[in-house]
Structures are given as structure tokens and as C-alpha cells.
Design a protein around this ligand. Structure first.
Ligand SMILES: [Zn+2]
Length: 140
């Protein structure tokens, strides 16, 4: 099953599509296989548009898609986290903290990060949420 429908084949659109795929993998990891499709289209100067289409409707956002793939991934995750906020309240959870993790570009790549205590507490690569090893480390 393809989660991402790419309508433009520019480098920016491809990078955004891969980032959207990683975001949706994380959504599916916590919510089961949702019938969600991301439609990605590059509109040039206004940015790359991402539409998420699901059973009940559609939401959309757009990103500038600047920087390398990991920069783009952090931007896309932040954008999509915002546009799905009404549907996935507080997602993704920062384990044990009750607040949502925030997407951030670290040296090693784009991660979901604890917004209060940073990577010492919780950081997991986007596309690998919730990382079982990391979750075990912060369980106590
Ligand atoms: Zn936290």
C-alpha cells in the first residue's frame, strides 16, 4: 500500500514525500493502519503542498522544503503535526510526560524530541516512533 501520492517529481517534492511517508509510518505505528494518503505537489515559490486525505476529510499544509532531507523531514513533521492536531490530540506523546514530542533537526537527523528536557529524556528518529529501546530507557 502506498501512503504517499507524489504529484511533482522535483527534488523538493521527493524529499517532502519521503518525510511525509516517515510521518505516516509513525502515525500507523501508534494508531494502526489508517486509510490515510498524503498528496504532495510542488508549487515552486509558495512551497510544497501536502494534503492528507483520510476517511472523514482532508487537511493540508505547506512547507518551504529548504535544506537537506533531514531538515525537510523535521519541517514536514512539524507541519503535519499541526494540521492533524484536531484529529490526533497531543500526538506523538513524549513518553511519561503527557505533552507531545516536538520535531527537531539534530546532528544525527530529524527526531521527535522531548520539548522540555531534550534528547537526554526522549529523542527518536522520525519514522521510528515509538522506539522500543528508547522507550525502555525512559520508562523509570
Ligand atoms: Zn517530554
Amino acid at each position: 500500500m502506498s501512503l504517499v501520492d507524489v504529484r511533482s517529481w522535483t527534488p523538493a517534492a521527493r524529499s517532502v514525500a519521503e518525510a511525509a511517508r516517515r510521518f505516516l509510518i509513525d502515525v500507523c505505528a501508534t494508531h494502526g493502519a489508517l486509510p490515510v494518503t498524503a498528496i504532495v505537489a510542488d508549487h515552486g515559490d509558495p512551497g510544497v503542498q501536502i494534503r492528507l486525505r483520510f476517511g472523514g476529510g482532508e487537511v493540508e499544509g505547506s512547507v518551504s522544503a529548504r535544506g537537506d532531507d533531514e531538515d525537510v523531514c523535521a519541517e514536514v513533521a512539524s507541519c503535519l503535526q499541526g494540521v492533524v492536531a484536531d484529529h490526533l490530540l497531543g500526538w506523538p506523546e513524549c513518553p511519561g510526560h503527557g505533552h507531545p514530542a516536538r520535531s527537531e533537526r539534530l546532528a544525527g537527523g530529524a527526531v521527535w524530541l522531548c520539548p522540555a528536557e531534550g534528547e537526554a529524556r526522549f529523542a527518536v528518529p522520525i519514522g521510528h516512533y515509538p522506539h522500543p529501546d528508547v522507550a525502555a530507557n525512559v520508562a523509570s
